[in-house]
Design a protein around this ligand. Structure first.
Ligand code: DGL
Length: 266
């Protein structure tokens, strides 16, 4: 019960899920790893993403995690089924929670999805949405420039505004959507830019909140929630630059954090 929850992402994006976990489950300890060195995963092949995901998972398994949160849509789209079938701890991805949250909010059943090339090409969101509601209309769009920009720490200002406006143009032309899923965990870091461009009439969904709720429900059901009293000592690892990760993470989580380098092995 006092074991940590493992959280993985290709970089800093999973912090948007980690912050929700910290808010909803304040006594749980997190171990986070971002594979910043090999980020972005979006343009990579399925084989590469699956291999890198397993390397992060093995790193966390060695730290005795009680549950795995795949806080990366691309890794969820490509590796979740395999992780589910091969791990004996609970595993959750971010796509189904995001799809469920969007269906709850949409009034007109027309939902937009933005994500990496890998996530959009996998069609994981349309599949998840149509499984819940077969008549839903989905407009999906890859936004490959967002992740590299966020990883550089460019979250606002003229460049961020321009990249977001240019990237979302095709979706704006089909502006009948009333709900937009941020199908990449990096995107909540530029949520305000996205909202400005897409307009206030569109509800924006990021899967972090719903994912954290489901983590809480799963651990509760399995009687694995930590039920003592503590201020958890979260651990953060990156395969890339410590200074950039630390700056983005401290700002997003609104607390000073300690980050260490991780070396991943096959
Ligand atoms: N945060 C990852 C996701 O949710 C970004 C993937 C990437 O590195 O391109 O898809």
């Amino acid at each position: 019960m006092d074991q940590p929850i493992g959280v993985i992402d290709s970089g800093v994006g999973g912090l948007t899920v980690a912050s929700e976990l910290m808010r909803q489950l304040p006594k749980e300890q997190l171990i986070y790893i971002g594979d910043t060195f090999r980020c972005p995963y979006g343009p990579r092949s399925k084989e590469e993403v699956v291999t890198y995901t397993w390397e992060m998972v093995n790193f966390l398994l060695a730290k005795d995690i009680k549950m795995l949160v795949v806080a990366c849509n691309t890794a969820t789209a490509f590796a979740l089924d395999q992780l589910h079938s091969q791990l004996d701890i609970p595993v959750i991805g971010v796509i189904e929670p995001g799809a469920r949250a969007a269906i709850k909010v949409s009034q007109n059943q027309r939902i937009g999805v933005i994500g990496t090339e890998g996530t959009i090409e996998s069609k994981a969101y349309p599949k998840a949405l149509k499984t819940i509601h077969s008549t839903i209309q989905v407009n999906d769009l890859a936004c490959p420039r967002f992740v590299p920009m966020v990883e550089e720490g460019i979250l606002s200002g003229p460049e961020a505004n321009r990249v977001v406006a240019e990237s979302l143009m095709p979706l704006k032309m089909k502006n009948h959507i009333d709900t937009l899923i941020l199908g990449c965990t990096h995107y909540p870091l530029i949520r305000d830019r996205i909202q400005e461009v897409i307009g206030d009439h569109v509800s924006i969904i990021s899967s972090g909140e719903e994912t954290a709720r489901e983590v809480s429900a799963i651990l509760g059901y399995k009687e694995k929630l930590f039920n003592g009293d503590r201020t958890p000592d979260h651990q953060f690892y990156t395969t890339g630059r410590l200074d950039v990760f630390k700056r983005i993470a401290s700002n997003w989580l609104e607390q000073p954090i300690v980050v260490e380098n991780a070396v991943l092995n096959k």
